[in-house]
Each structure stands twice: as C-alpha cells, then as structure tokens.
Ligand binder design. Structure first.
Ligand code: HEM
Length: 382
C-alpha cells in the first residue's frame, strides 16, 4: 500500500504534504492552467455534439465520456500532455486507465472496511485491486517518464514553452524526481472519478432545475458575452452563481460522503471522550443534509451560497458542508477540481440548454456518491 501517498500517515505523509501543497493549493497557481483546462472543456463540448443521439440526448455511458474529459484535463495540468481521450481514435490505454481507476475505487473500500482476509491470502478482490493498480502505474509511469525527459530538455534549451506542468513545478522546487513522480501518480489516481462524478451531478441537477439553469446561463452570458471568448482567470471570479451551483450540488450530494481520521491523542469532541487510536468518521452527507444547518435542506437552492441570500435559507454553519474535507489533510486537488468544474460547466451551459425527461435517478455510493442509472441528458444547441 506504499504506492500512493493516500496510504501514508504521520511523519512520511507530513514531509510529503508540506512540500507539495505549496504548489498544489495556491489559487494563483491553479489559475495559470485556465488555458489548458479550457482546451479540454472545449474538446468535451465537441464530443457531446458527436455522441448525443438524434433526439439530442447523451448516451447511457455519458459518465464514461465525462471521465475522459477529466482524464484529459488532469493530464494537461499535471504533465502538460495531450492524451487525446476525447478524439474518435483515442489511444486504447486511456480507457484502460479509466477502467483501472474505477476498479481501484470500487475495491478499495471493501479491502479497507471489511474483514481483511486479503492479509492472509490473495482474495479475488485483492487480485482485482492489485491488477488495477499495476495498470495505473504502468500507464501513468510511461507518461510521467516522458514528461520528466521533456522537462529536462526544456531546462537545457531554455526556449519559449507552455505553462510549466505541475510535475515541472515540483521538480523546480528541488523536491527530487521521486516526490514529483509520486504526486503525479496520485493526481491520476484521485483526480479523475472525483471531478467527473461531481460534474455529472451538477449537470443532472441543472437539467432538473430549469429556473436555476436559466439564472446560471444569464450569468455566463454576461461574463462571457461571445461564446468563443476565451475564459480568463478574472472571469472565474465573476461566476459566483456557477460556484454556488457547484457548492449546492456538493452539499446535497457530496461525491466523497465521509472522511476518516485515527485519533493521535485522547480528545473530547462534542462532549464525547474519544481515546487515542480510535477511528472516527466525519459524515459529510449526513451533516450537510440537515435542516438545522441548511433549512429546507432537500431543496436545490444555490442562492443560499450567494452574498445577501435570504436569512432563512442562508448557510447557518461554515463547517456544515465540507466536500473537500478540512484542515491539514484537505483535498490536495481542490483548486484544480474547482477550476476544471467551473470551466467545463460554463462551456456546456453556454453551448447547450440541458433537459432531463426520464424517471428521476436515485443517488448511490459507487463508491463516489453519484446519480444511479443512465445519465440521458438532453443537450439542445443554444
Ligand atoms: C470535486 C472533486 C473532488 C472532491 C469532492 C474531492 C474530495 C476530497 C476529499 C474529501 C479528500 C479527503 C480530505 C480529508 O481527508 O480531509 C480528498 C483528498 C485528496 N484529494 Fe480530492 N477531491 C476532488 C478532486 C480532486 C482532484 C481533481 C485531485 C487531484 C488533482 C484530488 C487530489 C486529492 C489528494 C491527493 C488527496 C489526499 C490528500 C492527503 O492525503 O494529503 N482531489 N479529496
């Protein structure tokens, strides 16, 4: 389990985290990638036009198309590589990587939370999990090695280049290739399904709530009056209602429903004495769906996140919805996830009117909390 820093704890994790977060969590660093992320979002809009049917509906496997977009985006940001996931002739390894990440997430919970027979003998779940990780390491390592070689060449020739990738930024901090390589691998491991399931959920909610979608479209049209106009970092700040739509979706349907922590010392929380060594869970989903923190909590109301929202429905507790976690171990990819989500949703809403004409979908834990069933959203050209 040493392969990813997600399994690291204590000092080794802290040493790693304190180095990489200087690059990963600075909002101004994330904004430098708006161009790269935008290219992937525009490619996704074109892809939607190709895959929707004659009735303008997205196909049953639309979530997989969204995975392709998030893989394309993260590859551009992390490595400055164009994988071509959204092309008709996408390299077969991109789908293999998406499938492997999916298998990884489906099995990790079973291995971590159920009786660990895998520690005694190689169970089928363990085998699937290890095979998936092997595939992920094999495919990503190839790209990481190429990106490392490219970064070296850039240093030598010193000419004009694109924005340095995250890998290059980490190398420039003299963290050594090991830290840069492990970080890049982690970004592929957790940077695909999280963002794509969140985007799927936001699109579904917008399709279900035409009046909210209308307000969002008006905002996007005001900030970006011409559809072809490139999104600049300043535009992102202006899209306040779009940010509110994302926050509200993640409040009601947090893709990661809970976080675990092992207590490192005896602690009192909410009047309960928790001894050292005990595992506790912060249940995002339960807390952020309570009326006492979010009145009429079962109503999709992005307005509650806007400044000057009505007193009744405004947010009652700043910590009651923490979809990216909080504190020292907060999501390392948060700034990039937000950038990617804002950009792609702005581009989609600008290009299409979204409608949903089927039976309402239940949400399920798979293991991301996500709409269960074919995501057949009607995408009508504006
Ligand atoms: C909507 C999208 C996302 C959500 C909701 C999300 C949520 C989370 C949550 C809840 C955690 C655990 C935080 C904690 O324990 O306090 C986490 C950790 C993490 N996330 Fe995200 N995430 C998202 C996207 C991403 C992306 C795009 C990346 C990479 C580019 C990423 C990289 C990471 C990493 C590396 C960690 C582990 C941090 C550590 O252990 O130090 N996440 N994320």
């Amino acid at each position: 389990m040493e392969i990813s820093t997600l399994y690291w704890h204590g000092e080794s994790w802290y040493n790693f985290r304190s180095k990489v977060q200087q690059v990963m969590l600075q909002p101004r660093t994330a904004k430098l990638y708006v161009g790269a992320v935008q290219e992937a979002s525009e490619a996704f809009v074109q892809r939607i036009k190709k895959v929707r049917d004659d009735d303008d509906e997205t196909p049953d496997h639309f979530l997989n198309e969204i995975h392709k977009w998030s893989l394309e985006s993260i590859a551009r940001v992390a490595l400055d590589v164009r994988l071509g996931c959204l092309d008709d002739d996408a390299p077969v390894e991109t789908q293999q990587l998406i499938d492997a990440v999916n298998v990884f997430f489906k099995n990790v919970g079973v291995l971590e939370l159920k009786v660990p027979f895998w520690k005694l003998f190689s169970t089928p779940t363990w085998q699937k999990y290890v095979n998936a990780l092997d595939t992920i390491v094999e495919i990503t390592s190839k790209h990481i090695e190429l990106a490392l070689a490219k970064a070296k060449m850039k240093n030598i020739d010193g000419g004009e280049h694109n924005e340095p990738s995250l890998l290059e930024r980490l190398l420039a901090m003299e963290t050594g290739p090991k830290i840069a390589t492990i970080t890049a691998l982690d970004l592929f491991l957790v940077g695909i399904d999280t963002t794509s399931n969140a985007v799927a959920s936001v699109l579904y909610q917008l399709a279900l709530h035409p009046e909210k979608q209308k307000r969002l479209y008006e905002e996007v049209s005001r900030v970006l009056p011409q559809p072809g106009l490139p999104i600049a970092a300043g535009h992102l700040e202006e899209m306040k209602y779009l940010k509110a739509c994302i926050k509200e979706t993640l409040r009601m349907y947090p893709v990661v429903i809970g976080n675990g922590r092992c207590m490192t010392k005896d602690t009192v929380i909410g009047g309960y004495q928790i001894p050292e060594g005990v595992q506790i869970v912060f249940q995002h989903y339960v807390i952020s769906n309570q009326d006492r923190y979010f009145p009429d909590s079962d109503e999709f109301m992005p307005e509650r996140w806007m400044a000057g929202s009505d007193i009744t429905h405004g947010v009652k507790h700043a910590f009651a919805s923490l979809p990216f976690g909080y504190g020292r171990r907060m999501c390392l990819g948060r700034r990039f996830a937000e950038l990617e989500m804002i950009t792609v949703i702005a581009k989609i809403v600008q290009a299409f009117k979204l409608e949903y004409h089927h039976e309402k979908l239940d949400y399920h834990i798979d293991p991301m909390y996500t709409p269960n069933g074919p995501l057949k959203i009607k995408m009508i050209d504006r």
